[in-house]
Design a protein around this ligand. Structure first.
Ligand code: APR
Length: 321
């Protein structure tokens, strides 16, 4: 049996953490590509020189030559500029679309048959563009956003309730922007509704709702909160970890139910767009999309988020991509 070959396009902050996580978990051999000369080679060397200490035995190779990604089973795309303070993800559209064009052309050329996870922002547009250029089946091109947004929501809930984050289930749907939709009604701690626990804590329904609203808002702005603190660059540890969860679901054919940016055709009343929805992730990428009932308010919020994705994609198309 051959080892998995995993290529990471973009060896910046996220790319570097991804390569290290793949090595630590021995998910496969890694090719780390970047346009900056020597940098991916340097990062690869740095990570691999810890192999004796960490006890992993995979190859990690840095490169500036797309030929080296040939035949990859999995490609993770992080190429593109990150946000600066005050910027929205959408402000990155033109710059990152140009980068994504070249990346997609090369992945198409060298890795037909691969599964791709896209992380670059603005996420929903970048996934759409990557799939359009490669022509890969929709189920094999997946965007990472929902795993992280949901993890952020779960983290805030766990802090608020003083319970382990491991027992919190929280789901965020929609586009990976300010309109994303944290689903409050289904958030639970090992099956117990979070709203019920908040009402118990505050003995006041209105106060519980106010606290939840603040967590929802913080979740929606969580990426920006990190950008503001870092001052240079955007979140990188958590996007890398979230993509690893998706990669493992694919590599080990786990059939995990993860919120991902997937192409939907009819589910949730949306057709022909990449949007964040829960999906079964396994060896074939997105194996199915899980539709569930939303109330009128949730439907309206999701519709609003889908409209934001549609207008972002329309902007991108107007710009000639
Ligand atoms: N091909 C390959 N890599 C490229 C290209 C290109 N055409 N253009 C730029 N890059 C590389 C940069 O050289 C840089 O090393 O992409 C890398 C991006 O790394 P960072 O600037 O550190 O950004 P990072 O924090 O990793 O985020 C990458 O993911 O979450 C999103 O918004 C974020 O779009 C950003 C992307």
């Amino acid at each position: 049996m051959k080892r998995n070959k995993i290529s990471i396009i973009g060896a910046g902050q996220i790319g570097g953490v991804l390569a290290q996580l793949i090595a630590l978990r021995q998910l496969g051999d890694v090719v780390l590509y970047d346009i900056i000369e020597d940098m991916p080679q340097g990062k690869a060397l740095d990570i691999v020189e810890a192999s004796r200490v960490d006890g992993f035995d995979v190859s990690i190779r840095g490169t500036n030559d797309y030929k080296d990604i040939q035949g990859s089973d999995l490609v993770i795309v992080t190429a593109g500029l990150p946000r600066k303070p005050g910027m929205s993800r959408d402000d990155l559209l033109v710059t990152n679309a140009k980068i994504m064009q070249t990346v997609a052309e090369n992945v198409k050329k060298y890795c037909p048959g691969s599964i791709s996870i896209i992380i670059s922002n603005p996420l929903d547009a970048m996934v759409t563009l990557f799939q359009k250029i490669t022509g890969f089946p929709h189920n094999k091109v997946i965007g990472q956003a929902g795993v992280l947004d949901s993890s952020r929501f779960a983290t805030f809930i766990s802090w608020e309730l003083g319970v382990s984050v491991k027992d919190v289930n929280a789901l965020v749907l929609g586009g990976h922007g300010d309109t994303m939709v944290p689903i409050v009604r289904y958030a639970n701690v090992n099956g117990i509704p979070v709203m019920e626990l908040l009402e118990k804590k505050y003995k006041d329904k209105a106060k519980a709702e106010e606290v939840m609203k603040a967590m929802v808002e913080r979740t929606k702005m969580a990426g920006g909160e990190v950008v503001k603190l870092l001052k240079t660059g955007s979140a990188f540890y958590s996007p890398a970890s979230s993509s690893i969860a998706m990669a493992e679901a694919i590599i080990f054919d786990e059939k995990r139910v993860l919120p991902v940016c997937a192409f939907i055709n009819g589910e949730f009343n949306v057709s022909g767009y990449y949007v964040g929805v829960p999906a079964v992730i396994g060896a074939n990428g997105v194996e199915s999309i899980i539709e569930f009932s939303l109330n009128a308010e949730e439907k309206a919020l999701l519709e609003n988020s889908v409209s934001a994705v549609k207008s972002l994609v329309a902007d991108m198309e107007r710009l000639g991509f």
